[in-house]
Design a protein around this ligand. Structure first.
Ligand code: HEM
Ligand code: HEM
Length: 228
């Protein structure tokens, strides 16, 4: 008689990475709401923008010192690995990755890049009436005009990227029967019988806390230093 064994669990996404993800989701939605419903000076939008910038600096540093699944070195691969992964996905025999797969890795990088550009342009943007980013005074009106346009266009690019991101997540859910969403909430994935158990090193949340303080200081100093 077969003995039922409980599936082996793999702690995949650390708590700081998950919090960072869901906070980013909330804040990106709020960036739009605060722009539509905020005051004329967009102060709510600007504070919201600072919070996004802090999370992005946090995520970038976490990509070097965080858990193994969070590290860029472990999921940023060359194009040949990406095409090999995509081809094997089409054939239905894609290798298993505990963290981001090679194609997912590039989409994470693209998403973080777009968000960072959006946030940086926001620092210099202005609507030429009431609302200005905190570093708007540093550049000429022509330059800030261009960065404001980039900030507007960037939002649509970001929406496109988010649509792609969600299409990927739901493609896995409905066509590959692989639920990636629950692990992004619980942090846990289940080992596959036909794959060797991957080893994942989870970083301490205390280190994340220190990185968060460092990131907040970096963003604050990065803005203040130009005003002194
Ligand atoms: C990733 C985060 C951000 C998103 C998604 C975002 C989104 C937007 C959107 C959709 C607009 C309206 C653009 C338009 O009217 O065409 C806007 C305007 C603006 N944002 Fe942001 N923003 C972000 C971050 C920031 C940050 C960090 C700052 C400053 C610290 C900022 C400052 C401004 C300002 C001053 C405007 C008015 C300028 C204009 O209308 O072009 N934003 N933002
Ligand atoms: C504003 C919207 C969103 C943004 C900006 C965003 C951004 C990101 C980023 C940057 C990552 C990489 C995580 C990391 O390594 O730090 C990621 C992963 C992920 N996101 Fe989102 N996300 C958004 C919305 C969502 C939503 C609504 C869902 C669920 C329906 C979702 C599900 C996931 C999942 C499952 C992963 C992990 C993918 C994997 O296993 O490789 N995201 N997202």
């Amino acid at each position: 008689m077969a003995v039922a064994t409980s599936p082996r669990t793999i702690p995949t996404w650390d708590l700081p990475l998950r919090l960072c993800h869901w906070l980013l989701v909330a804040l990106v939605i709020d960036a739009w709401i605060s722009n539509k419903l905020g005051d004329m000076r967009l102060s709510w939008h600007i504070w919201n923008g600072y919070a996004i910038l802090i999370l992005l600096v946090f995520r970038i540093i976490w990509g070097f010192v965080g858990s193994s699944t969070a590290r860029f070195a472990n999921f940023m691969t060359g194009w040949s690995a990406v095409t090999h992964y995509l081809k094997s996905t089409m054939r239905g025999n894609a290798p298993y990755f505990p963290g981001h797969n090679p194609a997912g890795g590039w989409s994470v990088a693209a998403m973080l890049f777009l968000l960072t550009m959006q946030g940086m342009c926001g620092l210099f943007a202005s609507d030429d009436i009431m609302a200005s980013g905190p570093l708007n005074f540093l550049l000429s009106q022509t330059m800030t005009g261009k960065l404001s346009t980039l900030h507007s266009v960037g939002f649509w690019l970001l929406l496109g990227m988010i649509a792609l991101h969600l299409s990927g997540v739901f493609f896995y859910l409905f066509f590959k029967k692989d639920n990636l969403i629950t692990p992004m909430i619980t942090g846990i994935k289940y080992a596959r019988d036909n794959h060797p158990e991957p080893s994942v090193q989870i970083q301490s949340s205390w280190i994340a806390f220190l990185v968060l303080i460092g990131s907040s200081l970096l963003v604050w100093l990065g803005v203040q230093v130009w005003k002194w």
